[in-house]
Design a protein around this ligand. Structure first.
Ligand code: TYD
Length: 137
């Protein structure tokens, strides 16, 4: 699976505010093994610059906005995350770069596995050659 896609989550709103719930394996296509979040990214700072061999993730911007550059081996795409009810699914073998964080932006990531540095490909050249071998299969 070499893909990305949008997931829309239900919002339960009343006079007290908004609530959304995400259940692993039901609202997103994997069991959630890990949650992490990124805050305090200064203007002009870019993060990510890696792909994963196995990991499935869903990215949500809970506050503010940020942009994500995606490359899946053939297509490049740039998307905006600015809606807490909208998640960006990023599958294995997708290169991602996060940038243009607004002041106070909060990025939440739901992940299918525990942290494993061995699952990362952090060199773009290594990504291109490893991904080419995978895509050519
Ligand atoms: P890094 O991969 O550089 O973040 P980003 O993808 O946003 O560029 O991660 C920063 C540091 O945090 C790095 O030392 C690895 C560590 N880390 C964990 O310990 N656990 C985690 O779940 C994640 C995502 C990162």
């Amino acid at each position: 699976m070499y893909q990305t896609g949008w997931m829309k989550f239900k919002v339960i709103s009343d006079s007290r505010g908004n609530l959304s719930a995400i259940e692993g394996g039901k609202d997103i296509p994997f069991s959630i093994k890990r949650v992490y979040y990124i805050t305090g990214v200064e203007s002009g700072v870019e993060r990510g610059f890696h792909a994963h061999r196995q990991l499935h993730q869903v990215l949500l911007c809970l506050h503010g906005s940020l942009k994500v550059r995606l490359f899946n081996g053939t297509q490049k795409e740039e998307v905006v995350l600015n809606d807490p009810a909208k998640g960006l699914y990023v599958g294995p073998w997708v290169w991602r770069e996060m940038y243009d964080f607004s002041p106070g932006a909060v990025l939440l990531v739901l992940a299918s596995a525990e942290y494993d540095e061995a699952d990362y490909i952090r060199s773009y050249e290594a990504y291109l050659s490893e991904a080419k071998a995978i895509f050519d299969e």
